[in-house]
Design a protein around this ligand. Structure first.
Ligand code: KG4
Ligand code: ZN
Length: 359
């Protein structure tokens, strides 16, 4: 039996909760794609240590993540990183009260590594363990900011694998408003980056190149904004970009920068239009953005402007918590364990996992 006593509490207004609970330390393990993230969330102090190992260099020569290489590299990382994380937090293994790991969605081999480590430690240390939905982790990262959002809100989840709008009326409950019918926003950034000869991951590379681009040279389409609804589609925009690239003889540096700027502008504007529509349709007045693409500074600026124009509040996670990390998993694990979730020691991961199944 796990030795942790879990006291169910109301979590709607919770960020740091100590007054009526004993202090808890939750270890978070993130291995869903190409980053090994290990962190500790302390219920009194928040995120105390957050370590990240990125495999970007390993995959760069292939222009994207190679799943088998990712799993093999993940195997090497968690145990020394967990040791270091616990030490850097000034704790001992006996001070850990629960273990959270990413159970999906993601690459199956990569997920299995994190889940196996989590379950083995849970067995060895006699602790509860809890599988976390990666996108729920991303979304909850906004609550780790100095100014955390309160429920209800609309969540925009934009990563390498997902582009979704969710209505979050109360904690740990999700209603899908719309999602991409094809490529995710981050995937489109990564593919367009490849067309422009930029390294993986493409999002930061495009954003950097776009700073030297002229926004008024090309106008790219804003897909699916002319018809009603909250779904997205980025594959046509990708083809439009490809045709623009192919239509220029001797593509030079300025051409590439101009295309990057036009592409980024089109993605950001499309997302802005859909967010505005989601807020209007739900009647909600807060927007939370999360996932790797939420690190995009143009997107953050554009949504800040929307916030002023429409009197809505926009909440962004701290920049280092937008992309994959262990802190968001540790925090989500803390909330779920407090909410009374329990799990057996069997290893069960979900490469595909609709977030609404969490309800
Ligand atoms: O959330 P994340 O780290 O991993 C997934 O869950 O997929 O997101 C990674 C994605 C990649 O597609 C990457 O190109 C994109 O987020 N990304 C960005 C930026 N930083 C990361 N996209 C646009 N602008 C950025 N600054
Ligand atoms: Zn992610």
């Amino acid at each position: 039996m796990p030795r942790l006593k879990i006291f169910p509490i109301k979590i709607s207004n919770m960020h740091h909760v100590t007054s009526f609970l004993r202090i808890m330390n939750v270890l978070g393990i993130e291995t869903s794609c190409d980053e090994t993230g290990i962190a500790i969330y302390n219920s009194d102090e928040g995120v105390v240590v957050n370590h990240l190992y990125s495999q970007v260099e390993l995959h760069r020569e292939f222009g994207g993540v190679v799943p088998e290489l990712a799993s093999r590299d993940h195997i090497r990382r968690p145990l020394p990183m967990i040791h270091q994380t616990i030490q850097d937090a000034g704790l001992l293994p006996g001070d850990i009260d629960g273990i959270a790991y990413t159970a999906g969605p993601g690459l199956i081999g990569a997920l299995l590594v994190g889940a196996s480590v989590a379950k083995s430690l849970a067995l060895a240390w006699d602790l509860p363990s809890i599988g976390i939905h990666h996108m729920e982790g991303h979304m909850l990262a906004a609550r780790l900011a100095d100014d955390p959002p309160e429920y209800p809100f609309v969540a925009l989840l934009v990563s390498g694998g997902h582009t979704q709008l969710m209505a979050c009326q109360r904690p740990l409950h999700y209603e899908l408003l719309g999602e991409s019918q094809d490529d995710a926003a981050g995937e489109a950034f990564d593919k367009v980056a490849k067309m422009l000869g930029l390294p993986y991951p493409g999002g930061p590379a495009i954003a950097e190149l776009a700073t030297r681009g002229r926004r008024d040279r090309f106008t790219f389409p804003r897909p699916m904004t002319n018809k009603p609804g909250l779904n997205f589609s980025f594959s046509g925009l990708k083809t439009f970009t490809m045709n623009t690239v192919n239509g220029i003889d001797n593509l030079g540096d300025q051409d590439r920068a101009d295309i990057a700027a036009a592409f980024q502008e089109a993605v950001v504007d499309t997302i802005r239009i859909k967010c505005e529509r989601a807020l209007t349709e739900t009647g909600l007045a807060s927007l939370v953005i999360a996932g790797g693409v939420s690190a995009n500074l143009e997107l953050r600026e554009r949504l800040k402007k929307l916030s002023k124009e429409k009197q809505v509040r926009v909440y962004c996670p701290p920049l280092h918590l937008c992309t994959d990390n262990g802190a968001m998993i540790a925090y989500a694990g803390f909330l779920r364990l407090q909410d009374g979730s329990t799990e057996s020691l069997s290893i069960d991961v979900r490469p595909r996992w609709p977030m609404t199944e969490l309800n």
